[in-house]
Design a protein around this ligand. Structure first.
Ligand code: CO
Length: 219
């Protein structure tokens, strides 16, 4: 083992993760000796979460839920991109196999992806991902351009981005077909505050095609 490798593997942080796992197992078994055996039997989460990859927004902890309750997909800035096979595969499995009742897009104020996207800087490869956020900006440029405080502009943009991605979800053939087949499915948009820990419901929940423009409705 080289000195460099040794330095990495003996690092406090790395080993503390495995120690933390031992503690997690011990604590869980103390409360319920069958905990892992029961979880291993299968999952039937009622919710699909599409959130930001940001380390400060973990789905289970901020909703006070446990393993097994939320099916999770995360990417930079909680995007729903029409051609993203990763997101579509998760959505398809969640809706058609797990039969989740709710899909929730959760953004968060102070999102680094949004801040980067509304700036004029280049960040490399990620700019191609962030350009989807710039597309959202274009739809709301009139309202956003007049906000001079950049933090406030970013916060509004976080909200618009969540709303637009809820709409993107509703346009997918997966959600459209679920609704056509009478499968109960709600699609929702939330924004989480890093500063307070509080989630705000954007109140854009959709349960059918009622608010979809006709061009996006499939028959
Ligand atoms: Co973020």
């Amino acid at each position: 083992m080289s000195a460099k490798t040794e330095n990495l593997t003996n690092g406090d942080l790395y080993s503390s993760l495995l120690d933390g796992n031992k503690q997690f197992v011990e604590d869980a078994l103390k409360l319920d000796p069958e905990y892992f055996e029961d979880l291993a039997k299968g999952q039937s989460p009622p919710v699909l979460w599409i959130g930001c990859a940001d380390s400060r927004v973990p789905a289970n902890q901020i909703t006070n839920t446990a393993p097994g309750q939320i099916f999770v997909h995360r990417n930079i800035a909680n995007m729903v991109i029409h051609s993203d096979m990763n997101m579509l595969s998760v959505l398809d499995y969640a809706v058609n196999v797990l039969k989740v009742k709710h899909v929730i897009v959760t953004g968060h104020y102070g999102c680094g992806g949004i801040i980067a996207a509304i700036s004029n800087k280049q960040f490399g490869l990620i700019d191609n991902w962030l350009s989807h956020i710039k597309d959202v900006y274009r739809l709301h440029a009139k309202e956003l351009d007049i906000i001079t405080d950049m933090d406030e502009r970013c916060d509004r943009m976080v909200e618009y981005n969540v709303i637009e991605n809820v709409y993107n979800l509703c346009k997918t053939t997966i959600v459209q077909n679920a609704w056509q087949n009478g499968q109960p499915l709600g699609v929702h948009g939330w924004v989480y505050s890093l500063k307070t820990g509080i989630i705000t419901d954007m109140k854009v929940s959709a349960y059918d095609n009622a608010n979809m423009e006709s061009v996006f409705r499939f028959e």
